[in-house]
Design a protein around this ligand. Structure first.
Ligand SMILES: Cc1cc2nc3c(=O)[nH]c(=O)nc-3n(C[C@H](O)[C@H](O)[C@H](O)COP(=O)(O)OP(=O)(O)OC[C@H]3O[C@@H](n4cnc5c(N)ncnc54)[C@H](O)[C@@H]3O)c2cc1C
Length: 587
């Protein structure tokens, strides 16, 4: 059975040595002293190890089942979810007036990594609920906020996101669910939604669906969509779950992973719902939930990679095969541990450098969101640029990283008992849902790069230049700053190509969008590693082993990965002809 022990030390390093949060002027950060954040992370790490991890494999094996129109979660999920709620983990960054803890989004992100790593399927119930909470908090009327937010904050009721329909996934303009206005101001919704995570289950007494639908005579396409709050049970006069609403679970999907998270087909048959936000303003309101979910999915990507890496490392230290090429490492034994082999080292370094770099990027992104929430426009522009990168790159490479962890186990990695196959299976969906990664790349190149006349990119460049400038004062960091500067130059050359060709020849530019997303991912992770290397040089921590390992890993990432920027740039500049040349019937 796989183990999981959260890497609280590394989280503390990112929070306090790299981001220096307790001295940052972000509202709410003044309380985040190292002892305080450590106490929180240690506490959630205990819940993760003792309660969530043991249920990860059993939940995967048992899965959810649909019986008599109701979904049942695997054994042990109810008390585990109750423990999450009782510990306040689901309401960590919800407002105090809604019963939450009022902590910054950054702390919610750090805690979310631990919960997702331990049991991604279980944490999804709470993650989606938080997304619904945020959307209602931002776009709901005062009455709606009063009615739904406290229940969602505590996860007494959970939330869902209802976009997808059989004929409509990426292209939300095709949504066909209808919402007909009623005399009392509510709406009646009818239609079919599919692939709805946590669309039904037995962990909460009510489920609050946020549903994109179209009113009669609404314009076609996404401009005609509105967002509705549709509960599974209609609240009675006391606000308790009352009559069943017209929402029916038609089925749950058999799927590759996250078996303990039910993926539901829901039929809406004259279900009563209430408009949230302006009529035909549904996309803007849903984007609050979708953007948060994208960051949450990026987090799932590296969180699973981190848990898989921990197990691969342990295995590489204990499994003995062959001898070290430079002479026996342990002459008394019949063979040396796997970790002596350079190729096994390569696999471990790939995982370590990805997971720790990704953690730094996710935490930095969360800190930008906290600043943006406090009204800082530049942080908002930068967070908006980084969102598709965090979602797309951290999940693509997170999946690759779980495959590497599985590879370290050799044949045992393919056997379900070790749990390594589950990491791979669970990680795979992160590349698909919340907008498949190809669509994240489109969003980056087609919208985010040019948004506000390129303000996000300008800010990213300023961050990189400032980081390289201060790193160059330290001789040891000069080669690392040079590597990041080179990678950034490749990114800017590719950006210029996209800007020149994009308008007149969109195919030419968009054929390179995926490469561009990964190019920017390398640059962002490179920036994180340079920051961490700088933090090592100025750290007051006494754990030299930890600090030296950080520095080595920074050197590994920046020297091994930044050359990939040139490869991506060259591919982008080959344009789209080679991709588009074949007629559809010539494949
Ligand atoms: C386990 C699971 C859980 C899910 N949970 C939810 C949920 O809670 N709520 C919800 O509403 N949905 C949910 N989904 C749906 C999910 O978000 C969609 O499956 C996903 O957005 C892709 O849509 P699609 O499957 O229709 O693929 P399609 O849109 O048909 O796309 C197929 C492929 O074509 C590519 N593609 C499509 N359009 C373009 C384009 N314009 N340019 C370039 N490439 C393009 C895509 O990148 C993808 O690779 C879930 C799905 C799964 C499998």
């Amino acid at each position: 059975m796989p183990r999981y022990q959260a890497n609280v030390k590394d989280m503390q390093f990112v929070l306090h040595e790299m981001l220096q949060i307790s001295t940052a002027d972000t509202p709410g950060y003044q309380d985040l002293e190292p002892d305080f954040t450590k106490a929180i992370l240690d506490a959630v790490a205990r819940v993760a190890t003792e309660t969530l991890t043991p249920l990860n494999i059993s939940g995967d094996r048992q899965g959810c089942c649909l019986d008599g129109g109701a979904v049942h979660t695997p054994d042990g999920f109810k008390p585990a979810f109750k423990a999450l709620r009782a510990g306040g983990w689901t309401s960590l960054c919800c407002a105090r007036e809604d019963g939450g803890e009022g902590l910054p989004f950054l702390m919610y992100t750090a805690v979310g990594e631990i919960l997702s790593a331990a049991n991604m399927a279980l944490n999804m119930y709470a993650g989606l609920t938080h997304g619904a909470y945020s959307a209602i908090a931002r776009h709901g009327s005062p009455d709606q906020r009063r009615m739904w937010l406290p229940k969602l904050a505590s996860c007494e009721w959970t939330g869902t996101m209802n976009l997808t329909e059989p004929q409509c996934g990426t292209d939300l303009g095709l949504i066909g669910t209808r919402a007909v206005p009623q005399a009392d101001g509510s709406y009646r919704l009818s239609g079919q939604k599919i692939f709805i995570s946590a669309g039904d289950h037995d962990l909460a007494e009510n489920i609050v669906h946020l549903v994109l639908a179209r009113t009669p005579d609404a314009p076609s396409g996404t401009k005609g969509l509105s967002l509705f709050i549709v509960p599974k049970f209609l609240p009675d006069a006391q606000g308790r779950p009352g009559t069943a609403n017209g929402v029916y679970t038609r089925g749950i999907e058999e799927k590759m992973g996250i078996h303990a998270s039910p993926t539901c087909a829901l039929d809406y048959d004259q279900a009563q719902g209430w408009l949230m936000g302006p009529l035909h303003g549904g996309m803007a309101a849903m984007f609050t939930m979708m953007n948060e979910a994208r960051l949450g999915v990026g987090l799932q990507g590296y969180a699973l990679a981190g848990a898989a890496y921990e197990n691969a490392l342990e295995y590489a230290r204990t499994r003995r095969q062959g001898r070290a090429p430079s002479g026996p490492f342990d002459p008394e034994a019949d063979a040396d541990p796997l970790i002596v082999h350079p190729d096994v080292r390569r696999m471990l370094m790939e995982q370590k450098s990805f997971v720790e770099g990704a953690r730094a990027l996710a935490f930095w992104g969360a800190s930008l969101i906290d600043r943006a929430e406090a009204g800082d426009a530049p942080s908002d522009a930068l967070a908006s640029l980084l969102t598709p990168v965090i979602k797309g790159v951290l999940t693509d490479r997170g999946f690759d990283s779980t495959v590497l962890a599985q590879q370290v186990f050799g044949g045992y990695g393919y056997i379900e008992d070790t749990g390594m196959a589950q990491f791979v299976r669970d990680a795979r969906i992160t590349m698909i849902y919340e907008g498949a990664n190809g669509v994240q790349a489109l969003d980056l190149v087609g919208r985010k790069l040019g948004a506000q006349k390129g303000e996000g990119l300008r800010l990213l460049l300023a961050e990189i230049e400032a980081e390289c400038a201060r790193a160059r004062d330290l001789a040891e960091l000069v080669p690392l700053a040079d590597a990041l500067t080179q990678g950034t130059a490749e990114m800017m050359q590719a950006t210029a190509y996209l800007a020149q060709t994009g308008k007149a020849h969109p195919d030419q530019a968009l054929a390179g969008s995926y490469d561009f997303m990964h190019l920017m991912g390398h640059v962002c992770l490179g920036l994180m590693w340079l920051r961490m290397a700088f933090a090592v040089q100025h750290s007051t921590w006494t754990d030299q082993g930890f600090l030296q390992a950080k520095l080595h890993t920074a050197q590994y990432y920046l020297t091994r990965h930044m050359p990939a920027c040139a490869m991506h740039r060259v591919r982008i500049e080959t344009g789209g002809d080679n991709v588009m040349a074949l007629r559809a019937d010539a494949f």
